[in-house]
Design a protein around this ligand. Structure first.
Ligand SMILES: [Zn+2]
Length: 366
């Protein structure tokens, strides 16, 4: 067992770590709470817990289905994390070939259909008499398996709702991209996903609050994936050197807030790289940090304890697509570009976006 900052790693299957997010405890707490409220004894609470954990085992197998299908196409899965609203397999990339995406998307729900089929076969042919009565009253040996079988079928059907980026949405996108190309297909999948997500949120207020979370997740997830694909396409094969800013000021830790004010007023620069005495980049200073600092410190204060530490850098050959991803995920205002141990330029989000707009305009022209 390994402890991560936001999750607990319980096992590794085929080199894929399976993790449980801390918020998962909420689910167990919720099970305790409803049992307690219903006045159930410890025996029944244990049954309820086993039932919930069994459902999450099935969710894990669902995610493993996606991961192992992706593996067939040489795509690695970094981890599978279980959250209270379900599992997420961090697949390194979604296959771009529609047929491959289709198979990876279907692999998850198929696992649940298979589990359900196995359970139903057992239930029908075994000598034990099972019942499918309401589990909200009590879960016990007679209704455990039929309910688990039903849950698996529900999971399969629910995940196949075409709300991109849910599995069904990916199925929809992959089939659509056979006809109209991947970017347009993603656009329509996003629209449908967002319309459905609003219905989820609406239904959540009436039936089950979990649907609200899922709806929000889908709404933003859909837009984010569409943006990523659109940008990825616009940035194409561009590299950091294509968007490089070669006129830039560097700051040293002993520079004061006043020095920064003067550079900002005299130039167009808003973000700076901070270097040490060996001329190696050690951090970032921005206009926002300056303004925050001025509220608490006098103008003569050196920036040494105020700037943001950063050790990330690019080379001129770093793909711009990758640079954009890193800048966004780490919320960096500026990143140094290093060649042969020397800072040859800087890159900012604004500059990447400008490069993208120019590239789009040039494409439209040709
Ligand atoms: Zn899935």
């Amino acid at each position: 067992m390994k402890i991560h900052s936001n999750s607990l790693e319980i096992i590794e299957i085929k080199k894929i770590p399976i993790r449980i997010h801390w918020s998962f405890i909420l689910i167990l707490g919720y099970v305790f709470y409803i049992n307690f409220k219903a006045g159930n004894n410890s025996h029944q609470i244990i049954w309820s817990l086993i039932y919930v954990l069994s459902i999450f085992l099935c969710v894990t197998l669902h995610e493993l289905g996606h991961a192992l299908a992706a593996k067939q196409y040489g795509i690695h899965t970094k981890s599978i994390t279980l959250y209270p609203i379900g599992g997420i397999a961090s697949i390194e990339k979604i296959p771009e070939k529609p047929i491959q995406e289709l198979i990876v998307a279907l692999a998850g729900p198929i696992v649940n259909v298979i589990i359900s089929a196995i359970l139903w076969t057992w239930i029908i042919f075994s000598p034990i008499e099972y019942t499918l009565d309401d589990i909200s009253i009590q879960i016990h040996t007679k209704n455990f398996l039929p309910n688990l079988a039903t849950v698996n079928l529900t999971l399969a059907i629910f995940n196949l709702i075409p709300a991109f980026p849910m599995d069904g949405g990916r199925v929809f996108r992959s089939l659509l991209s056979l006809w109209i190309g991947r970017i347009q297909a993603t656009y329509f999948a996003m629209l449908l996903g967002q319309i459905l997500s609003l219905l989820f949120i609406f239904a959540g207020f009436i039936y089950n609050p979990f649907l609200i979370f899922i709806g929000i997740f889908i709404f933003f997830g859909a837009a984010q994936e569409y943006q990523a694909i659109k940008y990825g396409n616009l940035l194409g094969n561009l590299k950091v050197q294509d968007a490089l800013i070669t006129q830039f000021s560097l700051l040293l830790p002993y520079h004061t807030l006043l020095d920064v004010i003067q550079i900002i007023l005299n130039t167009h620069e808003k973000e700076f790289i901070v270097i040490n005495s060996e001329k190696q980049p050690i951090g970032i200073m921005t206009r926002d940090i300056l303004i925050q600092s001025l509220a608490n410190y006098p103008k003569q204060t050196p920036i040494q304890d105020l700037f943001q530490q950063n050790s990330i850098f690019f080379t001129p050959n770093t793909p711009l697509k990758e640079a954009l991803h890193i800048i966004q995920t780490h919320s960096l205002a500026i990143v140094p570009v290093i060649y042969h141990g020397k800072i040859v330029g800087v890159i900012t989000l604004e500059n990447i976006l400008e490069t993208m707009m120019i590239s789009e305009a040039l494409k439209a022209q040709s």
